[in-house]
Design a protein around this ligand. Structure first.
Ligand SMILES: CCCCCCCCCCCCCC(=O)SCCNC(=O)CCNC(=O)[C@H](O)C(C)(C)COP(=O)(O)OP(=O)(O)OC[C@H]1O[C@@H](n2cnc3c(N)ncnc32)[C@H](O)[C@@H]1OP(=O)(O)O
Length: 66
């Protein structure tokens, strides 16, 4: 479950262009997974977007609680 999501938009993505999206597991602490993500041009020369996210593992009952 997404607990936190931060996105920095560094440069516009031209409509119709192809981009490279890379995401990596930065670290894991118990139920918490910290993810890094970037969106670049396919040759990697231009950074479009970078993001960090925290995902927390949950049980099904967490969802049912509402
Ligand atoms: C350009 C790139 C784009 C990238 C796009 C990517 C696409 C992604 C797509 C995204 C699409 C989105 C679509 C969607 O996903 S939609 C879903 C959106 N998310 C929700 O609705 C989540 C609502 N929140 C909850 O259900 C609960 O709060 C959760 C499950 C998150 C935790 O409740 P739970 O009762 O289970 O656990 P806990 O409260 O004991 O916490 C456990 C641990 O976590 C730490 N903690 C909790 N919250 C935060 C926080 N905000 N910052 C920092 N830390 C936080 C907390 O301190 C504790 O740490 P520790 O004390 O154990 O060390």
């Amino acid at each position: 479950m997404t607990a936190n999501l931060n996105i920095n938009y560094r440069s516009p993505i031209p409509l119709g262009s192809t981009v490279l999206i890379e995401s990596t597991l930065d670290k894991e602490e118990g139920k918490k997974k910290f993810i890094l993500c970037s969106v670049t041009s396919t040759d990697g020369s231009r950074l479009h977007t970078e993001a960090t996210a925290l995902f927390v593992s949950i049980s099904v009952s967490h969802l049912l609680r509402g």
